[in-house]
Design a protein around this ligand. Structure first.
Ligand code: ADP
Length: 334
């Protein structure tokens, strides 16, 4: 599909180049041939003045033949020039066409991968539900207890589907909407406190202590998105930490930036997984369990997108079995 699009675009670019080149050549030909005609005329006038008008017919013929010769060599030169433009312009047009299409091709490829990943993730709980329902329907004497078990299991899968669709929606909204257009200045303290507040419920459920150590600094951005970013990091810290542990958020100033660390003492991330955790649908192997508390590998992809939109950076350091530190760096408002 992209090959034929590149070809069509090449032809389009080439047509524009050739139209310009041929147009200029035709204009140049008429201007130059007029100039030649005038300069061929001038010496004849001069002869007329010096030798009288009767001896000029031979000279006139000679000048006219010379004029025709000059005109045809001008034509040949312009033709050769246009053939050169056609060859070089063809190459340049093809390169330009490929360059124009490259970002579209990349975006389409990403969308294809995303749709494939999303449908795979959607299919997994649906297949589990379908299999359970089919087995139950085939059973001639389904007891009430078995029916309740089936419904409970189905409900769990429906919960997963709901979480997944919410994650997909959050990702699509973040990607499609550049929230930084509604930019506001805010103290980083306000952001961290809002995020800690939102994460307090799951933390309490695991008796995890949440604390903040925040320097006063101003940052600019979309408050909703920036709070979501910290909530994602806090939710993960809670999710992957043992009951009764401690998660803290440190925010400090470094030069013209604000550095926010979310530190947990949880299970950590293996070195092999670390480079991939910000990819969509990536989960470290041990998270790929059927446990409902684990997500779909969308949280950190959303976090990364939010940080990118705010011209910041995010990275993670981790020691397996000891804990992880996620660091967000955002530009500071002076
Ligand atoms: P998920 O919804 O699966 O948590 P994320 O995109 O938020 O997806 O995280 C991707 C993966 O990174 C997780 O599956 C998990 O393996 C790992 N991870 C993220 N945060 C932490 C953390 N604080 N501690 C340990 N592992 C983490």
């Amino acid at each position: 599909m992209f090959k034929s699009a590149a070809l069509r675009l090449t032809i389009g670019y080439l047509a524009i180049i050739m139209a310009l080149s041929i147009g200029c050549s035709v204009a140049l030909y008429y201007v130059s041939s007029n100039e030649l005609a005038q300069s061929a005329q001038r010496p004849v006038d001069l002869y007329n003045v010096v030798f009288g008008p009767n001896n000029t017919s031979d000279i006139n013929d000679l000048r006219l033949r010379q004029l025709e010769k000059d005109r045809s060599s001008l034509k040949i030169n312009l033709l050769l020039f246009n053939i050169g433009v056609l060859v070089i312009g063809g190459g340049v047009s093809y390169i330009l066409a490929r360059r124009t299409l490259a970002p579209i091709e990349e975006a389409l490829e990403m969308q294809k991968r995303f749709t494939g990943d999303a449908s795979h993730e959607l299919r997994t709980p649906l297949t589990a539900m379908q299999a359970e329902i089919e087995v139950a329907l085939r059973s001639p004497e389904l007891t009430k207890k078995e029916a309740i078990n089936l419904l409970e299991s189905n409900l769990e899968e429906v919960g997963k589907l709901k979480n997944l669709s919410e994650g997909l929606l959050a990702l699509a909204t973040t990607i499609g909407n550049d929230g930084t257009k509604t930019k506001e200045e805010m103290p980083v303290r306000q952001l961290v406190e809002a995020a800690i507040n939102q994460a307090s419920k799951p933390a309490a459920a695991k008796r995890i202590k949440l604390s903040g150590n925040i320097t006063d600094a101003q940052i600019a951005g979309n408050p909703q998105q920036l709070t979501n970013l910290l909530v994602i990091l806090l939710d993960n810290a809670i999710k992957y930490s043992p009951t009764g542990s401690h998660v803290n958020v440190d925010a400090k100033i470094r030069d013209k930036q604000v550095v926010i660390d979310v530190i947990d003492r949880g299970r950590g991330i293996a070195a092999a997984d670390l480079p991939h955790i910000f990819e969509r649908f990536y989960r470290a192997d041990s998270s790929r369990t059927k446990n409902q508390t684990h997500g779909y590998g969308l949280g950190l992809a959303i976090a990364k997108k939010i940080v990118d939109l705010h011209h910041g950076s995010i990275n993670a350091k981790s020691t397996p079995s000891k804990g992880s530190t996620f660091t967000v760096i955002l530009p500071r408002v002076n």
